[in-house]
Design a protein around this ligand. Structure first.
Ligand SMILES: [Zn+2]
Length: 135
């Protein structure tokens, strides 16, 4: 988790390469994979992503009025992988593209749990009070 946080502005490839280099030198170390690190952080923070299907060309998300559609209303491309759908006789509906969204509620709750981030969230109130005092 420390490695992940240290590389917060780096690519996933940087994490993979750093982890692999460390494990090559110290194979006895238990350095979790990126997937496991994300799961650990998700469990600790309570912030999890909601995964929804979207058009492979990013035209629309299959939510709300589009939730039940099997093809994009804009470009008519299929929602699900047509090969997997055909080979499974219509049983395997694997979306061709998905997106992740993070609800704001758990993010705010996680921010309030640490004194530093909770203090930072009072910035506007602090600055407003300072400006009022100056006036
Ligand atoms: Zn489309």
């Amino acid at each position: 988790v420390s490695l992940f946080l240290a590389l917060e502005h780096s690519s996933e490839d940087a994490f993979h390469k750093t982890r692999a280099a460390t494990l090559a030198r110290h194979p006895e170390d238990d350095i979790p994979s990126l997937h496991r690190v994300k799961k650990i952080i998700s469990d600790l923070s309570g912030v999890t992503s909601i995964i929804k299907d979207m058009c492979i060309d990013s035209c629309v998300a299959f939510v709300g009025p589009y939730a039940e559609l099997d093809e994009c209303p804009m470009c008519q491309k299929p929602r699900y992988d047509p090969i997997k759908l055909r080979l499974s006789g219509g049983r395997v509906k694997q979306p061709q593209q998905v997106f992740h969204t993070f609800p704001i509620g758990p993010q705010l709750q996680a921010l309030w749990q640490h004194p530093d981030s909770a203090r930072q969230m009072h910035y506007r109130r602090r600055r407003t009070q300072e400006i009022i005092e100056q006036l």
